[in-house]
Ligand binder design. Structure first.
Ligand SMILES: [Mg+2]
Length: 206
């Protein structure tokens, strides 16, 4: 193994309901309004090519029949960059520190690269990664472009993807012809063969 590609959300940092309140307060809305916005952004992820701030704003406004400004949208991105930094699974830093000494580590994420880098910086994890490859650089996972970019000249057998989403992280890895490990914190795929339920297990197998 030479390169390890990590997903970010729900792999290195867990999603929490609290984030929805950030959305709600920025748009001066209820929790439900915040949730709608969150879901609309999710729809953009499913529908799109390479991420673009203007396009995403246009998509949200059309999808939700709203008229948000870029100023408001920048506030949102800023809140995600700086507030969405909680809940790093226990042992993550130790694991990354161990892996970092043996392999090249990358993050492949379906969000804006700078925003994700900022979040990792806040929790002192950014230094372990060679590059944060976001959906503003390549089409979002499961598209193979980001995987192939990170793989570069390395043999595909020497690259492995680690992520929590079967349909996104693992499908993309399969399509790109690289190995993968599902990180199944919630034990949703007990029959899945290449699976761990705790990030600390990586220290034993890699
Ligand atoms: Mg994820």
């Amino acid at each position: 193994m030479e390169k390890i590609i990590f997903d970010l959300d729900n792999t290195l940092m867990m999603f929490n309901d609290r984030y929805i309140y950030d959305y709600s307060s920025i748009i001066n809305g209820t929790y439900e309004d915040g949730m709608k916005l969150y879901k609309s952004i999710g729809k953009y992820e499913d529908s799109t090519g390479i991420y673009n701030k203007k396009e995403l704003l246009r998509f949200i406004n059309e999808d939700m029949n709203l008229n948000y400004t870029m100023e408001l949208f920048d506030k949102l991105l800023d809140a995600i960059s700086n507030n969405w930094i909680y809940y790093v699974p226990d042992g993550t830093k130790e694991v990354l520190n161990y892996l970092y000494c043996k392999y090249e580590l990358y993050v492949l994420t379906n969000w804006f690269s700078d925003c994700q880098a900022n979040r990792l910086k806040h929790v002192e994890l950014l230094k372990y990664f060679r590059e944060i490859v976001g959906a503003d650089k390549f089409k979002p996972k499961p598209n193979v472009d980001g995987y192939l970019y990170i793989t570069g000249d390395t043999n595909k057998e020497d690259v492995i993807m680690i992520g929590d989403n079967v349909d996104i992280d693992i499908k993309g890895a399969n399509d790109a012809g690289i190995n993968s490990i599902l990180i199944d914190y919630k034990n949703r795929y007990p029959d899945y063969e290449k699976r761990i339920t705790d990030i600390k297990e990586l220290k034993k197998i890699l």
